[in-house]
Write a protein that binds this ligand. Structure first.
Ligand SMILES: [Fe+2]
Ligand SMILES: [Fe+2]
Length: 172
């Protein structure tokens, strides 16, 4: 079924929001490199990549249904994270914003009776639940670690082993 009206434009805005998330994660990866935490930086780069996949999923949905994705303006990242805790708290705030946007998409889709978009939106609702839970768990651990340098290095090593993460020093 061809997509139109309010839902089409809201999905279009969502594509931009996912790209915005990708850039926000890219910035957090730079911030973590600056703190000499390459593993955590690589975790954020993997996260940025995931956000680009999200943008692509929404874009594909529009295209499959006769829509035309158009990126909107993305504001520059104006804040830098000075600590690991700040970085993950920024990440959680971004995820919550995205979760809210996806709930809004779901409300629009159901009010317009747009059945075709529901499987995609269900997938994203699950995905956001997971994203928020995993960031929350990391925040809990960062708080436990506190000022313990050895603990932080261990977390750096662990998060650096996430598949899909790349070490900037090794990337050519
Ligand atoms: Fe996303
Ligand atoms: Fe995300």
């Amino acid at each position: 079924m061809e997509i139109k009206g309010k839902l089409a434009s809201a999905i279009n805005t969502q594509i931009t929001l996912e790209q915005h998330s990708a850039l926000a994660y890219e910035q957090l990866s730079y911030d973590m490199e600056a703190l000499d935490l390459p593993g955590i930086a690589s975790w954020f780069r993997a996260q940025a990549e995931e956000e680009r996949v999200h943008a692509a999923k929404f874009a594909q949905h529009l295209l499959d249904r006769g829509g035309r994705p158009q990126l909107e303006k993305i504001d520059a990242m104006t804040e830098q994270a000075e600590t690991v805790l700040e970085a993950f708290e920024a990440s959680l705030a971004q995820e919550k914003r995205v979760s809210d946007a996806i709930r809004d998409l779901y409300r629009i889709a159901t009010s317009e009776g747009d059945i075709d978009s529901l499987p995609l939106l269900h997938w994203f609702i699950d995905e956001q639940l997971e994203e928020e839970a995993s960031v929350n768990e990391i925040i809990g651990r960062v708080k436990l670690i506190g000022d313990d340098g050895a603990g932080l290095l261990k977390l750096d090593q662990e998060l650096g082993s996430r598949p899909g993460g790349t070490n900037l020093a090794e990337a050519e």
